[in-house]
Ligand binder design. Structure first.
Ligand code: KIV
Length: 268
């Protein structure tokens, strides 16, 4: 306790125009690597439903699964703030249900806060949680739990009325007490205007460079996940190819009797 990035520290980063770095992680081993890289916020995203579990959307993920993964990430990290994403069904529930889920998640996993998708529609819930000092990250724009309503993973906020609604959503979650807001899949000009209008930090994904911070799905930035390749993703390595060739080499050596060698075996 006391070593992790805090809510006030993130507020100071916005004040001093210091960019916030966030990335997702879902397990102990990657959490350790991400933490050592100096990332400020590790988001245990419900994107795990797609990149870990292989679903087409995030909708099937359960609260128990989020707690399982978040617990491993907390165990693997020391410095980063760890935020647990609330899965579909929790955010859409009455505020008392969301409160019970937040208490359960924070007690069982040891995480530092929760993320809730939605704007004005969940502002009352955010207010209810933050009144009890539960740190909440909000998430507006292309909210993946609304993918069926949007008709796909489509950029939001292109028309004036949509842009106005997303601005209103961001202002509503700030007023409700969220300490940061994820802006996903919206035009960069709109993200820039929202970031300037807010006192709390904006964390962008597919929202241009003028947000106060950036978040990416870990498997996207490492080049592991190829099922969907959004334009906004930068692959910092071709991880999928590297791992594939390492595994093929292993299989070859086992079949040829080259592995294990003497150096990997013990006489006694
Ligand atoms: O689920 C997730 O990983 C997310 C981030 C990409 C913002 O919500």
């Amino acid at each position: 306790m006391g070593r992790r990035v805090t809510v006030p520290a993130l507020a100071r980063m916005k004040e001093s125009a210091q960019r916030i770095v966030s990335v997702t992680a879902y397990d102990y081993t990657f959490a350790k690597l991400v933490d050592r890289a100096g990332v400020d916020i590790i988001l245990v995203g419900d994107s795990l439903g797609m990149v870990v579990q292989g679903h087409e959307t995030t909708l099937p993920v359960t609260l128990e699964e989020m707690i399982y993964h978040t617990t491993a990430v907390v165990r693997g990290s020391e410095r980063a703030m760890v935020v647990c994403d609330f899965p579909f069904g929790v955010c859409q529930s009455p505020k008392e249900v969301v409160m019970a889920a937040a208490i359960k998640v924070m007690k069982e996993s040891g995480c530092d806060g929760v993320k809730i998708e939605g704007g004005q529609a969940v502002a009352e819930t955010i207010k209810f949680l933050t009144a009890q000092r539960i740190p909440v990250v909000a998430h507006v724009g292309l909210t993946p739990q609304s993918v069926k309503y949007f008709g796909g993973f489509k950029m939001q906020g292109r028309s004036d009325s949509e842009a106005e609604q997303i601005m209103a959503d961001a202002l509503a979650v700030e007023a409700a007490g969220a300490f940061a807001v994820v802006l996903e899949g919206i035009p960069r000009g709109l993200a820039s205007r929202i970031s300037q209008a807010l006192k709390i930090p904006s964390i962008g994904i597919g929202a241009g460079a003028e947000c106060d911070g950036q978040v990416l799905v870990l498997y996207d930035l490492l080049g592991f996940y190829g099922d969907i390749k959004p334009k906004f993703v930068k692959q910092y390595m071709q991880g999928g190819e590297l791992i594939q060739s390492a595994l093929e080499q292993y299989a070859k050596e086992v079949r040829l009797g080259e592995f294990p060698g003497l150096e990997h075996s013990q006489d006694t």
